[in-house]
Design a protein around this ligand. Structure first.
Ligand SMILES: Nc1nc2c(ncn2[C@@H]2O[C@H](COP(=O)(O)OP(=O)(O)OP(=O)(O)O)[C@@H](O)[C@H]2O)c(=O)[nH]1
Ligand SMILES: [Zn+2]
Length: 199
């Protein structure tokens, strides 16, 4: 990729390059890129693709560090049902679902919104669900250095629904556990809490 002076220049140049390639794809699949409905499509698709992959240009560690607060609370903190939208790296089709994340503080808590924010940073890249799960897990573990961290993701993959094996109802679950969550009782408490509906 060419070196750019600043983010604005980068965005304009990359959007134009991706736009030209989408234009070529539309032409290659036998469509008329000049017909009214498609005229602005390459640009729209380029902007959408850059949005969906903006995680490459974001720093998850910085996001967590920007809101870490000293606090003695040392019980489990769970943020569940975080919407996840990502692109599978094999077909560049969406996979989507929910993430459930917990940590046990070790002197510091983190601003709650920062957890879904880092989920988005890693999800907005070309991913496999397993790596997405571990990226989130390791980032929280290395940055917050909690007593333990747990990540569970449940997702449906469009590449298995719209094409390929064409299974509409299968859900893939991935999980990762570090520190205290490697102990079966702590892990079970977390799994019980994310499957309960307290409302
Ligand atoms: N482990 C894992 N596999 C994934 C994920 N997303 C998509 N895949 C799989 O990646 C595999 C790619 O397999 P290939 O045989 O190279 O591709 P393909 O011919 O398009 O495979 P089919 O989808 O079976 O038609 C498929 O089995 C997909 O279901 C993911 O997040 N994790
Ligand atoms: Zn896929």
């Amino acid at each position: 990729m060419a070196p750019y002076q600043n983010l604005e220049e980068y965005n304009i140049n990359v959007t134009n390059e991706v736009k030209d390639r989408f234009s070529k794809i539309i032409d290659e699949i036998g469509e008329d890129v000049n017909r009214e409905g498609l005229q602005k499509t390459p640009e729209r698709a380029a902007k959408a693709m850059l949005f969906l992959t903006q995680g490459y240009r974001q720093d998850a560690e910085e996001i967590l560090k920007s809101a870490m607060f000293k606090e003695d609370y040392d019980d489990m903190v769970i943020i569940k049902d975080i919407e996840v939208y990502s692109l599978c790296e094999h077909h560049m089709l969406p996979f989507f679902g929910k993430a459930h994340i917990a940590y046990i503080p070790n002197g510091h808590i983190v601003g709650l919104s920062k957890i879904p924010r880092i989920v988005d940073v890693f999800a907005r890249r070309l991913q496999v669900q397993e790596r997405l799960t571990h990226d989130i897990l390791e980032c929280i573990n290395d940055t917050l250095k909690p007593q333990g961290v747990a990540v569970v993701i449940e997702a449906s993959h469009m590449c298995m629904m719209m094409r390929g094996v064409q299974k509409q109802n299968s859900v893939t679950t991935t999980s990762g556990f570090r520190g205290q969550f490697e102990k079966i009782e702590t892990r079970n408490e977390f799994l019980k809490l994310i499957s309960s509906d307290l409302s």
